[in-house]
Design a protein around this ligand. Structure first.
Ligand code: BTN
Length: 270
């Protein structure tokens, strides 16, 4: 893994901004989440962020690789130290998704929506994703790394073949190229205000963004969890960020984590 030298960048964020108080830019890293974890272990302050032009080992949920070509995507990780019990950590993913969806929708006009728990989508195609990782078991408060990946100017035909029918980019969705620094600034500002609202008002502030940008509630879904498959209607989100699925038998099952497929007619993935 090649890691280039870091330089601190100034995005002219308001001085009270916590998320983005330090932003470290790299040309190339393995994974921005790993670099951010190293900074967290070395005592970096809450809000410290890492951004890279390219990742050679970018990863998504469930150990999947994250396609990270140079200069065409936003690869960002932010360090939080939230006072939350471990079972509420899914809320951090929802918070980051809500803030990123709002920032991108407002900055680009793209119809960005959220698929529970961590996908940013346009239509049913994946535009980006959130990877939340916990640094230290037992750390007080825990260090949480929020990784955000957005496909910005990636032409559809350059995605790996297995991603070409399921992925999109802001360029493909809108026909317009966007500058990554402006998107980075918009996302950091939204993240900061969503985090402040969460600390003052609790989970309601996070769930509100999902009422606006969420595409999963009201859908028939199939959730693959470690305990098996749950199928039914997505009817709500709990204060911990878990998805509530009402099965055909009328049972309301909270899904803590897992892969969710939106189903339309006949039980086929949309
Ligand atoms: C997913 O949809 O599965 C989550 C994708 C998260 C990708 C981002 S890119 C920046 C950060 N560094 C990583 O290695 N992954 C996240």
């Amino acid at each position: 893994m090649k890691t280039s030298t870091a330089e601190q960048i100034d995005l002219s964020l308001p001085s009270a901004t916590v998320i983005g108080s330090q932003v470290w830019h790299y040309r190339e890293v393995g994974s921005t989440n790993d670099v951010c974890k190293d900074l967290a272990s070395a005592g970096a302050p809450e809000g410290c962020c890492v951004v890279a032009d390219a990742q050679t080992g970018g990863r998504g949920r469930l150990g999947r690789p994250w396609f990270s070509p140079p200069g065409q995507g936003l690869y960002l990780s932010c360090l939080l130290r939230p006072a939350l019990p471990p079972d509420s950590l899914p809320l951090c993913t929802l918070l980051a998704g809500g803030a990123t969806a709002r920032a991108l929708a407002e900055a680009t006009g793209a119809a960005v929506r959220l698929k529970w728990p961590n996908d940013l989508i346009v239509g049913e195609k994946k535009l980006g994703g959130i990877l939340t990782e916990l640094l230290t078991p037992g750390g007080e408060p825990p260090a949480v790394i929020i990784g955000i990946g957005i496909n910005v100017t990636i032409p559809l035909e350059t995605f790996p073949p297995e991603l070409q029918t399921t992925s999109t980019s802001l360029l493909a969705a809108t026909g317009r190229p966007f500058e990554r620094p402006a998107l980075l600034k918009a996302i950091l500002l939204e993240l900061d205000s969503a985090y402040a609202a969460f600390q003052q008002e609790g989970p309601g502030a996070v769930l509100e963004a999902w009422r606006v940008y969420g595409a999963t509630l009201g859908e028939r879904v199939r959730a693959e969890t470690t305990d098996g498959t749950v199928e039914g209607e997505a009817v709500g989100l709990t204060d911990q960020g878990h998805l509530v699925v009402r099965t055909g038998e009328g049972l309301e099952v909270p899904v803590i984590t897992g892969d969710v497929v939106h189903l339309r007619g006949g039980g086929q993935p949309a």
